[in-house]
Design a protein around this ligand. Structure first.
Ligand code: ADP
Ligand code: MG
Length: 699
């Protein structure tokens, strides 16, 4: 490879030392190669010409071709204005400038034919364009194409002449240099197969597209490459782990599993649950460490899968751990596991931040001597004082709330790491899952337990509150229970707390004691008080639970049939879906009532509409991804992985699928990329993937 790409930016035409330094501080660009990777963020189609007479009154970007009229100026100093007009065969439009007048006046040539581009406006009923881009028509025609790239720049760069236009000029010059070269990193056979243009062509066309078609080809090629190398990295990691990291072999289906399965299973497993259990079982006997993501919508029955997985380990004389993100959820798991396993004579314990000292000591003892079979808890399980005698499987619920780093820590606890089953109830769109969890095996429970009726979701404004109350009363009289949830953006927000208390008061007036009982739970309460109130509701002693989002995750009260969500527009889609998942867990028909302002943002409206339209968690996740973008969706801690230059996980699922398949096939046939035909990939991987620090950590 020539050193062309390594050329320091200051030696690139149009740069020089000062501008180069500014480019480095403002955009982090230091070399010619980096400048070439500063792709346009949009394009302006300048192949279209508008006729002046056809321009409407609403502002729009237009490109016009016509004769530039005479130039006049008025005012002085800051109030100085410069005017002219452009005339084509159909009419004329005013052009106006407020800045840079002196220079413009010298360079413009009235009477010549210009191409003008800009946003139209109306002032004093006269149509105009302020600060149009003007180019002599013959110069424009000499350009290679009419699709103009627009580059992101900054105010400081703008002032130094490095606006989008300035950047464009430098890049254009680089592209036309005789030593211009970029290294191809995809094999010919892959390119031919998928009809991908060369890297060299792609770089030329992405910056200076000749047509919309060639731009599309360039974008497709570059997106593919970007996604392909991410997939390649994930899959190489996975292969390496299977090759290097051994896992406990847990061959037996033994007494505990059998007894539980045949005598204590409270219901027949769904087909999906059975299939997933088979997948898990295969992992556990393989001799490799299991790293499996279990995705299943809220209420799809992941808990029982977790329980049976734990038993597989216990049958082979190993311990199991279940980790949950909140104390409430850990509690709930503890209760269901205790209930399920007591009759088997297994010891289940709970460890959280609020476990008392004496109990803690007892638990530490029991984990070390192996008398505790299942330890359930929050991230307290990850503390170094927790030493298992022989942890066989670690089950992590609601993975997205734990960072990936925590997952890694969990499996470093033993010399041979335990099998890991990660469960998530927030369906992750396939594209995102492939990128975030591409190094995990994925199991999906895509079937709800039988008899579930879809939850009816309706939207109300404040004015509908009387109807909501009436509906609640009707359901309570039928023996059902109701959640009323308020948003809590910050734990400390007093405003949110006031909303909640006001709501609680009006509910108390409408649903008075002793006929009705209401529980209230919020973040300001002590854990013990929270638990007390939740328990009253879970036991059916109260009919209404007023709460902030603390109930979002995992609470299971099958008798609850109504979920009222206040200020629903303030919740994100996945949160709304999680909340709605709290109802519809029993056999009764369930309802979700969304209360929202009349005035909604476009996104807010789309969110609520989506909720009313569908119960499908995956569909909801797709819309969420569209609305929010992948970074926001997964929280900042993981967005680094999603820092893509060009590809967009919401838009480019097809390309991603191709990229993943290509990487899979390639590594299947040639795991170490030793074949000649894959040499370019190997070379590229050595430069980009294998030099990363986390890589050597694993290997
Ligand atoms: P989630 O996947 O959200 O964790 P749970 O495991 O809490 O779901 O299950 C939701 C409800 O469905 C629970 O009440 C559980 O007992 C019930 N359930 C799970 N699997 C089945 C099944 N195969 N048949 C009937 N009910 C089931
Ligand atoms: Mg659950």
């Amino acid at each position: 490879m020539s050193d062309f790409l390594k050329t320091q930016l200051e030696y690139v035409k149009g740069m020089g030392p000062d501008r180069a330094e500014l480019m480095a501080t403002e955009l982090g660009i230091r070399t010619a190669g980096q400048l070439l990777e500063h792709f346009p963020f949009r394009y302006v189609d300048r192949s279209q010409l508008h006729r002046i007479s056809e321009i409407g009154k609403t502002a729009q970007y237009v490109q016009l071709k016509g004769v530039l009229g005479p130039i006049s100026t008025e005012g002085t100093g800051r109030k100085m204005r410069m005017r002219s007009y452009l005339r084509d065969e159909t009419g004329q439009i005013e052009l106006i400038w407020f800045k840079g007048i002196k220079w413009l006046k010298e360079s413009l040539k009235p009477g010549q034919i210009y191409l003008a581009y800009g946003k139209t406006g109306v002032f004093n009923r006269i149509l105009n364009i302020a600060h149009p881009e003007l180019e002599l028509a013959n110069e424009q025609a000499a350009q290679s194409g009419f699709i103009q790239p627009v580059y992101s720049s900054t105010e400081k760069l703008n002032k130094r002449g490095l606006s989008s236009k300035g950047i464009e000029k430098s890049i254009k010059d680089l592209l036309s240099r005789p030593d211009f070269a970029v290294e191809e990193n995809l094999p010919d056979y892959v390119r031919e197969d998928l009809k991908l243009i060369s890297r060299r062509q792609a770089y030329k066309q992405i910056h200076q597209p000749q047509s919309t078609t060639s731009l599309m080809h360039a974008q497709r090629r570059i997106k593919f490459e970007e996604l392909f190398f991410i997939q390649l990295e994930l899959l190489m990691k996975k292969n390496l782990r299977t090759a290097v990291v051994r896992g406990f072999v847990l061959p037996e289906i033994g007494e505990y599993f059998d007894r539980f399965y045949h005598e204590h299973l409270p219901f027949e497993l769904t087909g999906a649950q059975k299939r997933v259990l088979k997948e898990i079982r295969a992992d556990m006997r393989s001799g490799h460490q299991m790293n499996r993501l279990l995705q299943g919508d809220v209420g799809s029955g992941k808990t029982i899968v977790a329980a049976l997985t734990a038993l597989m380990a216990i049958d082979n004389a190993f311990q199991s751990a279940v980790m949950a993100p909140t104390e409430i959820l850990a509690n709930q798991h503890f209760e269901s596991f205790s209930e399920m396993f007591d009759s088997l004579g297994l010891r289940v314990e709970l460890l959280t931040g609020s476990t008392k000292k004496a109990k803690r000591k007892e638990i530490f003892q029991g984990i070390e001597d192996g008398s505790i079979h299942v330890l359930i808890g929050t991230h307290a399980l990850l503390e170094p004082t927790v030493k298992f005698k022989n942890l066989g499987v670690a089950i992590v619920d609601e993975q997205h709330r734990f960072g990936v780093a925590q997952r890694a820590r969990m499996w470093k606890k033993n010399a041979i790491p335990p099998h890991v089953l990660v469960m998530t109830a927030t369906p992750i769109p396939r594209t995102l899952a492939m990128t975030l969890y591409g190094d995990l095996e994925v199991s999906i429970i895509d079937e709800l337990p039988p008899g579930r009726k879809p939850i009816d979701t309706m939207q109300f404004s404040d004015a509908g509150r009387l109807r909501i109350f009436g509906f609640m009363e009707d359901q309570i009289k039928r023996g059902r229970q109701v959640y009323v949830v308020y948003p809590l953006i910050e734990e400390s927000s007093t405003l949110d707390l006031k909303d909640l208390m006001d709501g609680y008061e009006s509910l108390s007036r409408r649903f008075p004691k002793p006929d009705f009982q209401i529980s209230i739970v919020h973040g300001k309460m002590k854990p013990a008080d929270k638990e007390f109130e939740m328990n009253r509701f879970a036991k059916g002693e109260t009919q209404i639970l007023v709460a902030t989002t603390v109930i979002e995750v995992g609470v299971n009260v099958p008798n609850a049939s109504v979920m009222v969500i206040e200020s629903a527009q303030r919740f994100g889609l996945s949160q709304l879906h999680q909340l709605r998942g709290r109802v519809g867990r029993g056999a009764e028909k369930s309802y979700c009532l969304l209360v929202a302002d009349d005035k909604l943002s476009a996104d807010g409206r789309k969110r609520l509409q989506t909720m009313c339209d569908t119960n499908d968690g995956f569909r909801i996740a797709e819309v969420d991804l569209e609305l929010r973008g992948p970074g926001d969706m997964m929280g900042t801690q993981q967005s680094g992985m999603l820092d893509l230059k060009l590809a967009d996980l919401a838009q480019d699922s097809k390309v991603l699928q191709f990229a993943r398949n290509t990487a899979l096939t390639m590594l299947d046939e040639d795991p170490n990329l030793d074949m000649d035909k894959n040499a370019v990939v190997k070379k590229w991987a050595e430069k980009t993937i294998l030099k990363k620090p986390n890589w050597s950590l694993i290997s």
